[in-house]
Design a binder for this molecule. Structure first.
Ligand SMILES: [Zn+2]
Length: 462
């Protein structure tokens, strides 16, 4: 036993909480127990938990909180419910909050591991909280209502967890790119996007909606109390022994929050330039561009047209020549074991990211998107200084790329000198011939069996 813990027990004796005989029994018991001495004494009914916690608080010079004062009918005030929902399994309770400061009662504020878990959970979902103060508190004082309520949430949670897990698993197995949970007046509809087409997968009773949304919001680090503002977050889902990243975004509608989940299966099939469906002439020119030591290659196309897949295929092709390949993406859509991939986050934007990459002596840089003047200029600067830069840009059609660069303030002579090629692509639906596009179980009712690539390329003279 640690000397301090021993002192604590003697302190109990000097305060009259414990007799010498009882203390000896506790010490004897402790030899064969993993529990702390003070807890053993309480379990042997030598004193109440409350009395023990109060004395401990005094001994360690920490605060003791009588939770009964903060509870009504055994329940902590509902304003704090959002915090307490995420502390469900952590034996702790937020009893007060003010100015981004949280007051949390635990039965053992000396438990560093517990406190770290509580801090992590709170900061993950409520990053605005800048101070957490722990006090001794007897969580039993919140019984029975509080514990019953928590148990009730647990039961519902488990039901929702398995339902949710099953549907995400199904979406991944179907090769869906997105899941949409759309609230209607009386029902909640669940859609999968498969081969670019939305397919209704399931309709739920409205009563499941709130729990389903809360669960997804908690998992993806969103504020469950906020339903009027769009939010976005993400979490990892384990499936077939690999982690699939789920990007969750909410959107308030008149019937409640609509939720979209983008499925990023980063370990899905490798991308092979040969099999993307690019015609031979264009493929030959594309490979010539990829053989250059420096310059910029840009691909444009609508969202979901496979731009990133094309760029990944380019990187896979380049990988054969042993280059330092670095990426800056938002988000990372596929894990490339040969590249150093970095993700845009709250802390690191495109500009900081590119600057940092340039200090790492890269040969090839993949930039997720040229989205504004700054990124456009940075991309050209990188291309000018001896790097092969690949990126996407948003335009209508192939010809729009140069015009867009002009809009973004890139000088015409820069474009002429450093833009190796512009590409534009679309994915066109391939119809299922067996069911005459009507939809059958084989094509999951979509009438489609995939999509084919329509690819255009315009290259500079090399
Ligand atoms: Zn079919």
């Amino acid at each position: 036993m640690k000397p301090q813990a021993q002192d604590l027990m003697h302190h109990f004796v000097s305060c009259g909480l414990l007799s010498d005989d009882q203390l000896n029994i506790i010490f004897e018991e402790e030899k064969s127990s993993t529990k702390q001495a003070d807890q053993i004494g309480h379990e042997l009914s030598f004193y109440t938990k409350d009395a023990c916690l109060q004395l401990k608080a005094k001994f360690y010079d920490l605060e003791y909180i009588d939770l009964a004062h903060y509870a009504e009918n055994g329940l902590i005030c509902t304003d704090l419910q959002k915090y307490n929902n995420i502390l469900l399994t952590l034996s702790s309770v937020v009893y007060n909050a003010e100015n981004n400061k949280l007051f949390i009662a635990v039965e053992d504020p000396l438990d560093i591991v517990l406190k770290d878990s509580v801090r992590d959970a709170i900061h993950k979902y409520f990053p605005e909280i800048n101070k957490i103060l722990f006090a001794f508190g007897n969580l039993d004082k919140l019984t029975p209502a509080y514990h019953q309520q928590q148990t009730a949430i647990h039961v519902d949670k488990n039901e929702i967890i398995s339902e949710l897990d099953a549907l995400i698993q199904k979406a991944i197995d179907y090769g869906a790119s997105d899941i949409h949970i759309k609230p209607d007046k009386n029902t909640t509809c669940l859609y999968f996007r498969v081969h670019g087409k939305l397919v209704l997968h399931k309709t739920w009773h409205k009563k499941f909606e709130a729990r389903l949304l809360s669960r997804l919001k908690i998992l993806s680090g969103l504020d469950i109390a906020q339903s009027r503002m769009p939010q976005s977050g993400h979490y990892s889902f384990k499936c077939h022994n690999r982690l699939v990243d789920l990007r969750v975004s909410t959107h308030p509608t008149i019937y409640g929050e609509k939720l979209a989940i983008r499925i990023l299966d980063r370990h899905k099939v490798r991308h092979d330039l040969q099999f993307l469906g690019i015609d031979n002439d264009n493929l030959k020119i594309l490979k010539q561009c990829l053989a250059q030591k420096h310059g910029l290659m840009l691909v444009s196309g609508a969202t979901g047209s496979g731009k990133t897949t094309t760029l990944y295929a380019c990187l896979d092709y380049l990988n054969k020549s042993g280059l330092n390949i670095m990426t800056l993406e938002d988000p990372v859509e596929s894990c490339l074991n040969y590249a150093s991939q970095m993700e845009i986050s709250r802390g690191v934007g495109y500009i900081d990211g590119i600057r940092s990459i340039l200090r790492q002596d890269p040969d090839v840089i993949l930039l997720g998107e040229i989205r504004d003047e700054d990124t456009a200029k940075m991309a050209f600067r990188a291309a000018m200084t001896g790097h092969l830069v690949l990126s996407t840009i948003h335009t209508q059609g192939l010809e729009g790329i140069v015009a867009r660069l002009d809009d973004l303030g890139v000088k015409a002579h820069m474009v002429k000198e450093f833009l190796l090629c512009s590409m534009y692509q679309e994915l066109q639906p391939k119809y299922h011939e067996k069911c005459y596009m009507k939809g059958c179980p084989e094509c999951l009712g979509t009438g489609l069996i995939g999509r084919s690539l329509n690819f255009q390329l315009k290259a500079a003279d090399l």
